[in-house]
Design a protein around this ligand. Structure first.
Ligand code: SF4
Length: 308
């Protein structure tokens, strides 16, 4: 069966951006100096159990330095300023405004990606995001990780699913693109649990999905679960799971990630967690073997649609 996505088999954000902007578009990973309400006691303490000290932004760096390096490889490339580390709407709105507009001042920065928690989108912040959405290419990333409340409690996410639903609706009303983060392999979750999280997320008005491989990093609470209280999949098992997941994601939803960027010096398990290229190759091979592609079973009339 032919894939409408060619040899890649899924609707990658890289392909989407290339078609939309006519050139290579690269994300600049930024640490704007924000913190997180799940660390400072406002929503919780200690943070999510998988989160590293850098607030899930271990590669974050500055804009001119990154552009200087990247432009050597892609001289005609453009950039999206990706506010990655910690919670990037967790500051007074005037500070947020200053940071976002500063990033847009660089001539080759053509848009913004803002990662945050769904409980950090006040009316004033939504108003600012709506303003930016009129002026530039924008998406907002929400760290959901799972739809299951018992897992959410276990990972110390510190907000219920209803808050995520409200945030997606509020962004959708403003025509702001939403990207959902989900983690594959959280403690205690079965394959069905993970696919149910994906399936439900896809029933919302979302632009994209990030599927994160569950990496166990040093100096996180999750490290205390290792090795006895967490299942670490073999690479082949993970590849199969990702392909199962992509098969139930509708084709219009962009795929922003299917692995995770794990700094090798922090990675405890899985030991193959940093082998991004090999995981991607494995996913393509598995799609080819199955004769399938993203969205193949996400079809109401399909007899093979999983009962979730
Ligand atoms: S994952 Fe996000 S919400 Fe959770 S502790 Fe880290 S920065 Fe905060």
């Amino acid at each position: 069966m032919a894939s409408i996505f060619g040899e890649q088999y899924f609707n990658s954000i890289g392909k989407y951006l290339k078609e939309r902007f006519g050139c290579r578009v690269i994300k600049l990973s930024l640490d704007a100096g924000f913190t997180c309400p799940n660390r400072d006691g406002t929503k919780g303490t200690g943070g999510c159990i998988f989160c590293s000290a850098e607030g899930s932004g271990d590669f974050a760096s500055d804009i001119p330095g990154q552009i200087k390096l990247l432009s050597k490889k892609w001289p005609s490339g453009k950039y999206i300023a990706y506010f990655q580390s910690h919670t990037n709407t967790y500051a007074p709105v005037e500070i947020l405004r200053e940071k976002y507009y500063q990033a847009l001042e660089y001539p080759d920065v053509i848009g913004l990606a803002i990662a945050t928690r769904p409980d950090c989108l006040s009316p004033a912040i939504l108003e600012l995001l709506a303003e930016l959405n009129q002026k530039t290419f924008l998406w907002v990333e929400l760290g959901l990780q799972t739809i299951h409340e018992d897992t959410a409690r276990l990972i110390n996410r510190c907000y219920p699913l209803s808050v995520f639903d409200q945030a997606v609706s509020a962004l959708s009303v403003l025509d702001i693109k939403t990207v959902v983060h989900l983690i594959l392999g959280l403690p205690g979750e079965s394959r069905e649990d993970m696919l149910t999280s994906i399936h439900r997320s896809c029933s919302k008005d979302i632009f994209g999905i990030k599927l994160h491989l569950m990496n166990v990093l040093k100096d996180t609470k999750l490290a205390e679960f290792y090795p006895d209280r967490i299942h670490i999949p073999k690479k082949e098992e993970y590849i199969n799971l990702v392909v199962d997941a992509l098969e139930i994601i509708p084709q219009h939803i962009t795929i922003h990630r299917v692995t995770a960027d794990a700094p090798r010096h922090l990675l405890i398990a899985p030991e193959w967690g940093y082998e991004k290229r090999s995981i991607l190759n494995g996913i393509q091979k598995e799609f080819k073997r199955r004769g399938s592609y993203q969205g193949i079973v996400f079809n109401d009339s399909s007899p093979s649609r999983p009962s979730l």
